[in-house]
Design a protein around this ligand. Structure first.
Ligand code: GLN
Length: 273
């Protein structure tokens, strides 16, 4: 059997939790091929390794590939991940790119990433904006260890804080704050493979998924400098409540929203005036 035949035979259906990107990644990894070069080797005879391929491919029904090979690419940066952190998503790459643009536009000097997880957001910001002072917090110590390891791999200096939102940051203010907090409600549908593998502390929030947004917005004025921005990743279903929190807790602010590339309302921007 050729590599191309194996690939085509196993392209997952819509209902399969696995994706064809994972199939490509798996085969490239097992054959030690450079990323993205699988189809240059379509004619390779793989008959002798089909069993190994099958073993791994079956495993991926239950475990995302990122937790098997322990990394995820994020804006072209290779980041270590394990089951202590959420696998950084494509939407978050979009949010991070928008943030980098804004940070450069307003000349922000200090940035805080709340609920940093693997550190994907703050690390990408620091790599793109050399004169920014980076801070990141997370409520989970095992997650912070992953973030610190990733920052170290890129030789970045960043202050990591074991904290629930702003705890431990008393008196500290920033020019820009960003967060992709946990926002899933207990009653929301979550894909089985996600629910079984990714850390629940990174997925779920109390109060119908609103708890962390409320904490972030409630004390925003104590931690965000005037004219600074808060960039949030959100779920469309949380839009009204987030707007309500902004009115309730912030004296002078401007709120706006944007869609992600798949057309879902996904980003929220709050500026303190
Ligand atoms: N900030 C990290 C990410 O976006 C982790 C988010 C989380 O754990 N909720 O990938």
């Amino acid at each position: 059997m050729t590599l191309g035949e194996y690939y085509r035979k196993n392209i997952p259906s819509k209902r399969d939790p696995r994706s064809s990107e994972e199939l490509q990644w798996l085969l490239e990894e097992l054959l030690h091929l450079e990323k993205g070069t699988l189809f240059l080797h379509e004619d390779m005879n793989v008959s002798h390794v089909v069993e190994l391929f099958d073993q791994y491919w079956n495993k991926l029904k239950k475990v995302p590939i990122q937790y098997i090979f322990n990394y995820q690419m994020f804006l072209n940066h290779r980041l270590t991940v394990n089951k202590d952190v959420l696998i950084p998503r494509q939407e978050t790459e979009e949010l991070t790119l928008l943030a980098i643009q804004k940070i450069q536009e307003i000349g922000a000097k200090s940035v805080l990433d709340i609920g940093t997880g693997s550190g994907a957001i703050i690390i990408s910001i620091l790599l793109a904006c050399k004169d920014v002072e980076g801070h990141a917090s997370d409520i989970s110590y095992p997650a912070l260890r992953v973030a610190m390891k990733n920052a170290k791999a890129y030789n970045l200096s960043c202050e990591f804080e074991l904290a629930d939102v702003y705890d431990g940051l008393t008196g500290k203010k920033f020019d820009f704050i960003i967060s992709n907090p946990p926002y899933i409600a207990r009653f929301d549908y979550v894909e089985k493979r996600v629910k079984k593998n990714e850390p629940h502390i990174a997925l779920y929030a109390k109060n119908s998924g609103l708890e962390v947004y409320e904490k972030i917005i409630k004390n925003l004025e104590d931690h965000l400098n005037k004219n600074g921005y808060l960039y949030l990743e959100i779920d469309e279903a949380r839009k009204e409540e987030i707007t309500y929190f902004t009115k309730k807790y912030l004296k002078n602010s401007k709120i706006s929203f944007a869609k992600d590339m798949s057309g879902h309302l996904r980003f929220c921007f709050i500026q303190l005036l």
